[in-house]
Design a protein around this ligand. Structure first.
Ligand code: PAN
Ligand code: ZN
Length: 190
């Protein structure tokens, strides 16, 4: 039973089973997020609308409970920018989150409301702790699917609007075959 009571779920690089909800994000859902608008338009006008990532979630309702989500970000780039998640602040600013890498390689961009950025790697057998008050976006910098587990308080809520409007202060792009972190020229700041 997933909605109440204890449960167990199988977790591997293909996702999590069982799950309560599946969210799929395609390029059309992320139009405003990628910086290279020409690359976006070229793909779409060529009839391509790739799935960028999927999330399998087991959500809970009660205060004190935890939500669990497994994210799979596919490998790929839009222009030089690697595929990433939309990214969000938690609405309830006191909530934190733990990520655990399952497969693939990537980075998590974290940013406070002043625009200070923190970066950690996401990779197998590695935990990333996201403290309260930091927006977070995951980026697949590898050639295979990036798969990780997220655990966070059930009442966290997701504020996507702030990141959608302002963006992140940094971008993670490929240069000479390697990921590099650069300033986002379009970052809107405070
Ligand atoms: C994660 C994210 C997941 C997808 O479970 O929700 O990786 O990213 P977006 O929600 O930004 O599209 C998490 O951080 N939950 O709080
Ligand atoms: Zn989160």
């Amino acid at each position: 039973m997933i909605l109440k009571g204890p449960y167990s779920a199988k977790l591997d690089k293909t996702g999590m089973l069982p799950y309560g909800a599946k969210v799929e994000r395609r390029l059309t859902d992320l139009l405003e997020y990628f910086s290279d608008k020409d690359a976006v338009n070229k793909m779409l006008s060529g009839g391509e609308n790739p799935i960028i990532y999927v999330v399998y979630e087991i959500g809970r309702e009660m205060e004190g409970e935890l939500n669990v989500g497994c994210t799979i970000i596919y490998p790929g780039k839009i222009g030089d920018e690697y595929y990433f998640t939309m990214g969000h602040f938690h609405v309830k600013e006191t909530t934190s989150e733990v990520y655990f890498g399952i497969s693939g390689e990537g980075m998590i961009l974290m940013q406070d409301r002043k625009g200070n950025v923190f970066v950690e790697e996401i990779k197998p057998e590695t935990i990333v702790y996201i403290p309260p008050g930091l927006a977070h976006r995951s980026v697949n910098t590898g050639k295979t699917e990036l798969v990780f587990l997220a655990i966070y308080p059930s009442g966290s809520g997701h504020d996507y609007e702030t990141v959608r409007k302002k963006g992140f202060a940094k971008l993670i792009v490929e240069k000479n075959g390697k990921p590099v972190i650069i300033d986002n020229p379009n970052y809107k700041g405070n």
